[in-house]
Design a protein around this ligand. Structure first.
Ligand SMILES: [Cu+2]
Length: 70
């Protein structure tokens, strides 16, 4: 399985709940192998299987959860 590491810049996270919400949103997608969200830095590193999920879908999920991907 090919894995790709995606770096996302996320605005709007202000507390541990926000961090958890973003993690949960991303982990809920098929093809997402690993998610690490850095609250203070406003970014996330997501390991995906590019055959199963697209970067656009990651962005959509984060925005559905109420945050903005820069
Ligand atoms: Cu919060």
């Amino acid at each position: 399985m090919v894995k790709q590491e995606i770096h996302l810049s996320i605005s709007g996270m202000s507390c541990a709940h926000c961090k958890a919400a973003v993690e949960k949103a991303l982990q809920g997608l098929p093809g997402v192998a690993r998610t690490e969200v850095f609250l203070e830095e406003g970014r996330a590193v997501v390991e995906i299987d590019p055959a199963r999920v697209k970067v656009e879908e990651l962005k959509m999920k984060i925005e559905e959860a109420g945050y903005t991907v820069d």
